[in-house]
Design a protein around this ligand. Sequence first.
Ligand code: PAF
Length: 305
Amino acid sequence: IQKFMQINCNSLSLQPIIVKSMKVFTTNQSLQFCLASLKTPASCLGFVPTMGALHQGHLSLIKRAIKENEIVVVSIFVNPTQFNSAGDLKTYPRNLKQDLKKIESMESLGEIIVYVPSEAAVYGNSVAKEAFDFGGLELQMEGKFRPGHFQGVGTVVQKLLDIVGPTHAYFGEKDFQQLQIIKKLVKMTKANVKIIACSIEREPSGLAMSSRNIRLTTGERSHASKIYEALKMTKDKFSDTPLDEITQWVADQFEKDAIINLEYFEISEQLTLQSANKIEPQKKYRAFISAYIRNIRLIDNIALN
Ligand code: PAF
């Protein structure tokens, strides 16, 4: 494997040779054995944790990791401790075969390593979440509506970072609150990894890419695009409209549509994620939406300034 990497890394400076190559591991030992044989003290190891059902959003994270690292690990693991309803966990889309096909067909200079662990490989014999204090980040928005969710995310991300040992880990901004919480987790645990935030990938309608989108019918998709429309209008109105007026305007837009139900709309300060009452010019703000179509929960957000 080392020889393989050397050949390809050396050829990088002459003429890149695109090889398509993928290795799949299901145990920690086999993954770690392979990584130990590939890694040098100078190598960058990029990690893209996922729960599978890969879409363009995930693939853009993997592409970026490929560009920025010699070794890339993608994990596919539907983490039970971050679901707060058994129904949601049960209906969460799973399609390992297609996921592997998508990864295999990506262009890469080296190998892409896919880690598909069992629950026991990640959790041992106790599938439980830890109680983290993320300084209040976990209590806002998603935290209010999905109690315990971020404890589950924190638990699994910490375990995966320990198992994989990356230098860089890639997370999408669609789950912006998750991203801020993971940055906080890394700070709190002094983990030696750089968290890279990647911008949201959207379908042509503006709907943020999500594994849950495949559960939407064609008709429902057109209603789902209301989320991004409302966010874009919020951005347009942000500089000259009082926040409560914007909030009422968004609620009215969703009220008019019987198919999509607004769960929350918030304009929050980007670092603390606290709901904004007034705007301070030196701070950054984002608008966040969560909405349901049937039992399908969709979230999205936008930078406002
Ligand atoms: O964003 C996700 O898909 C998950 O929350 C993550 C980070 C893979 C942890 O299970």
